[in-house]
Ligand binder design. Structure first.
Ligand SMILES: Cc1ncc(COP(=O)(O)O)c(C=O)c1O
Length: 391
């Protein structure tokens, strides 16, 4: 299988981790050799309820037996999607009224960018240094990492950058700006939290000049930071909210949400200003609904803060210089990138799944399923400490 994987399946890097999967359940991924790997990554923050959560599996099975794809997005009334967006809206500030369901995080970002340009009639987009919003042309254009952008130019024009958390750069946001796009918590940059009312100040500036604030909650959304959405910690409400990853607990999905007035501009002039075949897919919507109901009916969201505390208490080691992030979105900052590499690779040998961050090379990601138990956290942390003692 490994040979065929390398031969026929397009690769993203020269060194894939290459664990051959048999099945996955709860906090564990099982390989074909019968090893149980404790998962501290959750498919990069996607498997919010762990692997094959019974409520999610049951919802998928039930929906798959009733109907799957019947029509492109937006034409037919399909109860899984409609019920889902209604329940989602009930959890959101009043201005976030209408949800457009799509297939991935980056597609949600593309939709949000189009919406901001269409609604404001302006072209300028402002994003943050070290941001990551996905890999399609629009999302890639938001990045300021030239090495990743250069081979794909020309990208979309009229994108400028501000420094995250540096309020001095606020002057760059003007009457020319269509939108400011920020991750609520910067992910690839090293799990950087906004400080000193940063998001609120940016939101106020956007209001002053008539620009829209787009918050990318693709990673922290759906309970990972101790609130359903991370922006709830920071006294700030976006004009457009962008979601993905943990929304369907492991199925491909994305969404962007705005007021009805803003969103309506996508369905008129031109008609069908954004369309998708599979967005709102009933099976995925059923999984999203089961995920959201489970998050709302359990204490999983508030438990993330207790689990964060346990991680922070357990992971005291001279080689860990800092632990960044919030809830179950944590980054261990090591002394050097080499130590981070060694930790991830040796943990793999000890059946503990860890991973890197995109830009902060000294970081090791810890973003387990929200369903992880306290004992599983202790067990995984012991593996990390043992490895660090030997490095
Ligand atoms: C903050 C953020 N935005 C956007 C994306 C892109 O999402 P997707 O990979 O589903 O396109 C990611 C994925 O890692 C992300 O972390």
């Amino acid at each position: 299988m490994k040979e065929d994987f390398l031969k026929y399946q397009a690769q993203t890097s020269l060194h894939p981790l290459g664990i051959e999967i048999s099945h996955a359940q709860g906090s564990y991924i099982y390989d074909v050799q019968g090893n149980a790997h404790l998962d501290f990554v959750a498919g990069v923050s996607a498997c919010s309820l762990g692997h094959c959560h019974p409520a999610v599996v049951a919802a998928i099975q039930k929906q798959a037996q009733e109907y799957m794809h019947v029509m492109v997005y937006g034409e037919y009334i399909q109860s899984p999607a409609t019920e889902y967006v209604k329940l989602l809206q009930q959890q959101l500030p009043a201005n976030l009224e209408v949800t457009y369901l799509v297939n991935s995080g980056t597609e949600a970002m593309e939709g949000a960018l189009k919406l901001a340009r269409r609604y404001t009639g302006r072209s300028q987009i402002i994003a943050a240094h070290n941001a990551y919003h996905g890999n399609t042309m629009g999302s890639l254009s938001l990045m300021d990492y030239e090495e990743r952008k250069a081979p794909f130019r020309p990208l979309i024009p009229d994108v400028r950058h501000i420094r995250f958390n540096k309020i001095d750069d606020i002057e760059l946001i003007t009457e020319k700006t269509a939108c400011v796009v920020l991750e609520t918590i910067q992910g690839g940059a090293g799990f950087i939290l906004p400080k000193n009312d940063y998001l609120k100040k940016i939101g106020n500036r956007c209001k002053e000049v008539g620009a829209l604030l787009i918050l990318d909650e693709i990673q922290p959304g759906f309970g990972r930071t101790g609130k359903l959405f991370a922006f709830e910690h920071f006294d700030c409400e976006p004009d457009i909210l962008v979601l993905g990853k943990g929304m369907a607990s492991g199925l491909p999905v994305g969404a962007f949400i705005a007021s009805k007035t803003i969103m309506d501009t996508l369905s008129d002039g031109p008609k069908m200003g954004h369309i998708t075949t599979f967005g709102g897919n009933p099976v995925i919507a059923a999984a999203s609904l089961a995920t959201l109901k489970t998050l709302l009916q359990t204490t999983l969201i508030e438990d993330t803060l207790e689990k964060e505390k346990l991680f922070r208490d357990c992971l005291k080691h001279p080689k860990i210089k800092e632990i960044r992030g919030k809830g179950l979105m944590l980054a261990l900052i090591m002394e050097t990138p080499e130590i981070a590499d060694q930790l991830v690779l040796e943990a793999k040998e000890k059946n503990l799944i860890l991973f890197w961050l995109l830009f902060e090379k000294r970081a090791v990601r810890i973003s387990p399923p929200l369903t992880i138990s306290m004992d599983e956290i202790r067990k995984g942390c012991r593996v990390i400490l043992d490895i660090l003692d030997r490095i």
